[in-house]
Design a protein around this ligand. Structure first.
Ligand SMILES: NC(=O)c1ccc[n+]([C@@H]2O[C@H](COP(=O)([O-])OP(=O)(O)OC[C@H]3O[C@@H](n4cnc5c(N)ncnc54)[C@H](OP(=O)(O)O)[C@@H]3O)[C@@H](O)[C@H]2O)c1
Length: 303
């Protein structure tokens, strides 16, 4: 079938587009520019994700599925007021463009998988949270709530799945490469207290989960994309040290991170959530990497 992947040039979108093309689907990547994302088998259509539909919307009409991964990176730049506005607006406008196209389509796609994040739950302690937990109230939680609300505009025309993605682990992007330099120099370790939970997921499992959500009609609504065993940041640091054969006992103090990164340090590093992928496990999805040691070992032993 034809699958449209908006943001299919990024860290998650490009391997997803490649995987779906390898599965035999006709993959169309919506991109603002021209990139190499999606591999040779995916075609690209240029779009303007400004909240409105456009000529690109003809790709949506009659498609078998749409996946929405477009948005300004949350970790790329310090969170000035203008950058926070870009993080929010880029997601809401891209999603609104897609929901408008789905609403206007003569043949709407039967399934719409739209991005969201575990930031939805806000900073939490060590209680586990499943998909039915209420949202938080900080900046990222508010962005996720609005983002999912935009996606819900299409819910009466398609099966909507909002993928609440955790910390996706792979070497070529996301959070992991940013963590590596101190470990390489032997000064890696926990950040802040180390007691905050990190709900991680190996990228292969994230790809598998999205492929499964596309193909499983019984799945709809929010879907936590995290491994079944979230760990504290201190446990994560020890696992990373083991995988890299480096020491992992040097803590990075919270005040230094706040000085370097501002508000972003609290939202992305010093707090977390113990997210449980209840819907995936109860609905029969099998994770390849359930333990963080196995996920990191796989990443660091593969060339
Ligand atoms: N990676 C993670 O660990 C993680 C965790 C939680 C949630 N997520 C969410 O999952 C989604 C995909 O993540 P990712 O890591 O693949 O992100 P990414 O590598 O930054 O890719 C996002 C894509 O969105 C498009 N984009 C960038 N800036 C944009 C803007 N201002 N307006 C519209 N489109 C823009 C880009 O495509 P073009 O340049 O081709 O248009 C880019 O390839 C994001 O929404 C992210 O917040 C990711």
């Amino acid at each position: 079938m034809k699958i449209v992947v908006a943001g299919g040039t990024g860290f998650l979108g490009a391997p997803l587009a490649s995987l779906l093309a390898r599965d035999g689907h006709e993959v169309v990547v919506l991109t603002r520019g021209s990139h190499n994302g999606g591999g040779a088998k995916a075609s690209q259509v240029t779009w303007t994700p400004n909240g409105e539909s456009g000529r690109w919307a003809s790709a949506i009409d009659g498609a078998g599925a749409v996946v929405n991964l477009a948005g300004e990176s949350i970790a790329g730049k310090r969170w000035s007021a203008a950058q926070k506005q870009r993080i929010r607006d880029s997601r809401l406008e891209a999603t609104r463009s897609l929901t408008t196209a789905i609403r206007e389509a003569k043949n709407p796609p039967p399934v719409f998988v739209s991005g969201s994040a575990i930031g939805y739950y806000g900073p939490l302690g060590d209680q586990g949270v499943a998909e039915d937990a209420p949202p938080g109230s900080d900046f990222l939680a508010n962005v996720c709530v609005e983002w999912e609300r935009e996606a819900a505009r299409a819910a009466d025309r398609t099966r909507l799945v909002c993928v609440r993605t955790g910390v996706v682990l792979e070497k070529d992007g996301g959070a992991l490469p940013e963590m590596l330099p101190p470990f390489r120099f032997g000064v890696g370790g926990p950040v802040g207290s180390g007691r905050q939970y990190w709900a991680w997921i190996h990228r292969d499992d994230w790809l598998g989960l999205v492929r499964w959500a596309l193909a499983t009609p019984a799945v709809s609504g929010p879907l936590n994309a995290t491994a079944p065993n979230p760990v504290t940041n201190a446990e994560f640091a020890r696992a990373l040290g083991r995988a890299m054969h480096r020491p992992a006992f040097m803590p990075a103090p919270a005040f230094a991170l706040r000085l370097m990164l501002g508000e972003m340090a609290d939202s992305l590093l010093l707090t977390g959530q113990r997210v449980i992928p209840a819907k995936a496990t109860q609905s029969g999805f099998t994770f390849k990497y359930e333990q963080v040691d196995d996920a990191l070992r796989a990443i660091f032993t593969r060339q």
